[in-house]
Design a protein around this ligand. Structure first.
Ligand code: BGC
Length: 257
């Protein structure tokens, strides 16, 4: 089986598992370790090393999803993690901690890639918008299956307020919103994003998507709107896809000549 290790760094847990690159299924039970608080670079790197060590049979580069802007493996924002990540070459730090190449990707982008390849957006052309509703709101924008990275739509402002502060799943919990109140806020967000991007399909992801039956019927969208298929594993699966992509992009000895 062709598998790569995917790791997803979240505000409360760091999860990893080998992913079968053909089916997108996890090839072993995932390992989850609570995110250290504060989530500083050194302790998080050590946890990555532990996760990689527990799947020592899985070869190749490792993909790692991170909840912030990622450009060429370096971190440019960390709204829901420690600010000391900004400017860090996470790919280099993690590669050192794991003794293996680690490539980075934004967590929502990873979810988007995974949903487009194996999940709710598989086989869909046109503009696909994946929103992950969790501590923040992550976004992935794809056109005909190709990702536009780091869109960060959860940081748009609507009515003078940052969207993710108003309509994330954390906002629902902290502000003790009923599902009805929360879905109304989500409807405002969906209408705004529709005006800006005119997606053909919107995929609603994040842990709360398992309760889509409760709130999904109250969402209004011009575009098709569906729950994510890979739920909370989408970050892990997309990170493994990113690892496989990075290998394919490596010049081989033959075409370097
Ligand atoms: C971050 C995004 C991330 C999202 C979900 C936001 O606060 O800025 O990069 O994708 O949270 O974790």
């Amino acid at each position: 089986m062709d598998a790569r290790l995917g790791i997803d760094i979240g505000g409360s847990g760091i999860k990893g598992a080998p992913v079968d690159l053909v089916s997108g299924a996890l090839a072993a039970d995932r390992c989850r370790i609570p995110t250290p608080q504060p989530a500083l670079v050194e302790p998080v790197s050590r946890i990555l090393g532990r996760i990689v060590g527990s799947f020592s049979g899985v070869t190749g580069p490792i993909g790692c999803a991170f909840p912030g802007i990622v450009i060429s493996d370096r971190i440019y924002s960390a709204a829901n993690l420690d600010g000391s990540w900004i400017g860090v070459d996470a790919g280099a730090r993690f590669s050192e901690a794991c003794g293996r190449p680690v490539v980075m990707i934004n967590d929502a982008d990873a979810a988007g890639l995974a949903e487009a390849r194996f999940g709710a957006a598989a086989g869909r052309s046109g503009v696909v918008l994946v929103l992950t509703l969790g501590t923040g709101i992550g976004s992935a924008l794809l056109h005909d299956g190709r990702l536009v990275p780091n869109t960060e739509l959860g940081h748009l402002e609507l009515g003078g307020e940052v969207i993710e502060k108003r309509a994330s799943n954390r906002a629902r919990k902290v502000q003790k919103l009923s599902f009805g109140e929360w879905t109304e806020r989500l409807n405002e967000v969906l209408a705004h994003l529709d005006r800006l991007l005119s997606p053909d399909l919107v995929v609603i992801g994040g842990g709360i998507s398992k309760r889509f039956d409760t709130f999904g019927p109250h969402l209004r969208s011009r575009a098709d709107l569906v729950p994510a298929a890979l739920r909370n594993n989408a970050g892990i699966v997309g990170a493994a896809l990113r690892a496989a992509e990075s290998e394919a992009a490596q010049p081989t000895r033959a075409n370097r000549r």
